[in-house]
Design a protein around this ligand. Structure first.
Ligand SMILES: Cc1ncc(COP(=O)(O)O)c(C=O)c1O
Length: 295
């Protein structure tokens, strides 16, 4: 990652309907989103000038906002167009996009009925979440300190900023112990997901993955399930107990940022990135980067 601080980059950020120079895309310190986490966001990738599954991401952004009880003051088409324009305005062909919507600074208190809903979209170059060397060996995960909350406790199905507090703490703890990331359990103690990606396992040629009814059902997760089924591989979505990890031979994470990243270790359990991981890693690359494959 570049050494330039994120608020000091060059470029343009789409903010509430127009482009502002990157360094001027600021908010007030009394912003509701900052104090009370009333913010929802997306992470998208563009490959060869096309934003992968843009409409699905925009729909999820709107859905997350609805869960947090606010309405994005644009149409789905307007946000799609703004994402595309942000990519172009920044001269990017391959890159990462970050749309975010948040309650503004009109009033500060738990209640924020009249606060303006702001939307911004930034885009930047981001080749890969994990380095290619890490990816080939499989990354190492620690057990996370925190568990995913019960949907009765927090808006678990939204991509909401507040839910990432426990992800950052868990990931920092893992990194300080030399791991790349952390695997989180759900509140009942079943395997859930990593701090920013979903998880898959393989046993006897069958793929097993936690049921995504209590954490983000990633767009990449859904894509990878489709790719596996198209290859005739059985995919079982179910509750997975952590002790079961000793019976799995392969494991990978997937998400917009992580793409398909094999895992070699989760705490005391070891995996060997094998044929199914490699095939799906390739199938995902072929799907998102069609231009490169045919070149
Ligand atoms: C907590 C969490 N789970 C899963 C995912 C994967 O979602 P997607 O594949 O839609 O990027 C992400 C990334 O957005 C995430 O932050």
């Amino acid at each position: 990652m570049s050494a330039v601080p994120f608020d000091q980059k060059d470029g343009w950020i789409w903010m509430n309907g127009s482009f502002v120079p990157w360094k001027d895309a600021k908010i007030h310190v009394l912003t509701h989103g900052l104090h009370y986490a009333s913010a929802v966001f997306e992470g998208e990738r563009a490959y060869g000038g096309e934003i992968f599954k843009l409409r699905e991401h925009t729909e999820r952004l709107f859905h997350s906002a609805e869960i947090l009880d606010f309405k994005i003051p644009y149409t789905l088409d307007e946000i799609d167009e703004a994402c595309k324009a942000t990519l172009t305005k920044n001269g990017l062909v391959d890159g990462y996009l970050r749309p975010i919507a948040w309650r503004g600074s009109d009033a500060l208190g738990v209640s924020a009925q009249k606060n303006k809903i702001n939307v911004a979209i930034a885009a930047w170059e981001w080749p890969s979440y994990f380095t290619p060397a890490e990816r080939l060996k499989g990354i190492r995960l620690d057990w996370a300190k925190y568990r995913r909350p019960d949907p009765k406790t927090a808006p678990s199905l939204a991509k909401a900023s507040g839910l990432y507090m426990i992800c950052t703490i868990s990931k920092h703890a893992a990194e300080s112990r030399g791991y790349a990331d952390a695997l989180m359990l759900d509140w009942e103690g079943n395997v859930a997901e990593a701090t920013g990606a979903n998880v898959f396992f393989v046993k006897d040629g069958v793929i097993h993955t936690p049921l995504a009814d209590r954490f983000l059902n990633g767009i990449t997760r859904q894509t990878v399930i489709g790719l596996a089924k198209a290859k005739g591989i059985e995919v079982v979505e179910r509750r997975i107990a952590p002790e079961e990890l000793s019976t799995f031979t392969e494991c990978w994470l997937c998400g917009t940022a992580a793409e398909v990243t094999p895992v070699s270790e989760i705490g005391e359990y070891k995996f060997t990135p094998g044929k199914i991981s490699a095939d799906l890693m390739q199938a995902y690359t072929d799907l998102v980067q069609p231009a490169k494959v045919s070149a």
